[in-house]
Write a protein that binds this ligand. Structure first.
Ligand code: FE2
Length: 261
């Protein structure tokens, strides 16, 4: 049986349950996506949250998320994004908040989590120490591996968002190319479905649980696609299949006149 993992990303929650961003009540949209994600008869094996968890830097936002994820009864792993505050995550999310390089083994697969946050910047970077730790992990364990981080390590075709990816993403890709057990790199940040191949590695981005960015846009622009999540099926022989699932429709529409957030 394959492992079934669900990626939920870019929640942009507020401490206030009614908090809105770009016209979307982000807690409501997250609850709607989570309900859809957990509606299958069988429970997923894990939830992976790839950053921008809380928008307003409040302990309340993280504590809500901690309790909500705990109530799912599903193992869950959280990494931060450029809108998160690592100290608050560590204090209020508890053990679900992962460190700068973290390895979790699920059956035959290794899930490797990297913190790509650069404090004070929208863009990301991996430190030399993180890349060294990853190189050691990959050299010592040949289990099929899924790497998860917030920022995208290669361009996705939107100029404005490609300027704020992982600055040294090429180093990550070069390292992963040398280790054929790396099957995919999973990221958030882009607020849209993204799927591309880099050699043998699948590069995967997912819709946000709140507002979406318009694909192929040179400048900041929002999209009317509904919120969603990504499902990944990881097979014991190293194969991986994946799909994006969205709400059929969502009552709130994003504010298109916004120039950023
Ligand atoms: Fe985001």
């Amino acid at each position: 049986m394959p492992l079934r993992l669900l990626q939920l990303t870019d929640l942009h929650l507020f401490g206030d349950p009614g908090g809105r961003l770009l016209g979307i009540t982000t807690r409501l949209s997250f609850e709607s996506v989570l309900a859809l994600a957990l509606s299958a008869p069988s429970s997923p094996d894990a939830l992976i949250l790839t950053g921008d968890l809380v928008q307003d830097e409040t302990p309340t936002g993280y504590r809500y998320l901690r309790e909500r994820l705990k109530r799912t009864g599903v193992p869950h792993y959280c990494i931060g994004g450029n809108h998160d505050v690592q100290s608050l995550m560590r204090e209020h999310l508890g053990p679900a908040a992962l460190g700068s390089v973290a390895l979790r083994r699920l059956d035959r697969w290794n899930l490797i989590f990297l913190d790509s946050i650069v404090p004070g910047s929208d863009g990301g970077r991996l430190t030399a120490d993180q890349l060294d730790q990853l190189a050691d992990l990959l050299a010592n364990d040949k289990a099929p591996s899924l790497i998860c981080l917030h920022h995208h390590p290669a361009a996705i075709g939107s100029d404005w968002i490609d300027r704020i990816g992982v600055a040294n993403g090429a180093e990550l890709l070069a390292l992963c190319e040398r280790h054929t057990q790396v099957k995919a790199i999973l990221f958030g940040h882009v607020h849209q479905e993204a799927s591309a191949r880099h050699g043998n590695i699948l590069m995967l981005g997912a819709p946000s649980t709140c507002f979406q960015f318009k694909p192929g846009s040179a400048d900041f622009a929002l999209d009317d696609n509904p919120p969603g999540y990504r499902e990944l099926m990881l097979y014991p022989d190293g194969r991986l299949t994946t799909r994006v699932v969205r709400l059929d429709q969502y009552a709130e529409m994003p504010l298109h006149q916004a120039g950023g957030y």
